[in-house]
Design a protein around this ligand. Sequence first.
Ligand code: SF4
Length: 281
Amino acid sequence: MSVNPASQPAPLEAKSPFEMRVNLGRDVPESDVRSALASGDMGFLHSFTTGSTVDGPGVRIVAWTTGCMFRCLYCHNPDTWTMSNGIPVTIARASEELRKYRHGLKIMSGGLTISGGEPLMQHRFVLKLFKAARAMGIHTALDTNGYWGERLTDDDLEAINLVLLDIKTWDPDRHRRLTGNDVAPTLDFARRLALRRRPVWLRFVLVPGLTDDPEDIAQIARFTAEAGNVERVDVLPFHQMGRFKWRELGMTYELQDLQPPSTELVERVQAQFKAVGLKTY
Ligand code: SF4
């Protein structure tokens, strides 16, 4: 596989996922994209950040992949939806970058988190990068909406140290309205992780008027508590840091004027998870 030399990829340097990035991989021929996805020898990254303390235990490197099958109304990174917006990165290059940080990550009890977009759009690349991380003794975490969890074998699941699983909402109709897709595959993946006793942190984005229904949250909380493998719950308040991206991409943003949840609402939702015995932040 080759990247057109006339269009060298952007340098792989630490960038915030909140920066807008588009078309960085647009010159990669379609056939190369297909073979990259099939082999996992090349992936597409929106950005990577160092020093994250909110994407898994310790201090972490986060690789943000491009490509997502969801279309969440509240998405703060819609530029990650399109795979070709990402920088094409070979597995060798990504591993080499990771190697620079391996000692620091271990000292700070951290690791590598792969997020997105949706990482399982590029699951072979993700698995290869995790394998490289493991060979360096680096802890691995997968941040996923779980929709394509079936792409991971049981052995793959054993090899991933932690799954950060996003459950957006419980009600199937609301989920479809919110994301454009069904909730069932995500819940099936959650059940499979529970059956295999794999460690999970649940991530729940709290959006006023969209995901704050008390009964809906009670269902998620019950399901999560009964699973028995969820170590903690992070209630993530909706914010507007991605609003400018929708505008610049020329996309209609239905939540243009929505305010973040109040402290009272965040506390009420946290209390619902705590009430069933879950460690919640
Ligand atoms: S799953 Fe994440 S990246 Fe994909 S649309 Fe939803 S919020 Fe955006």
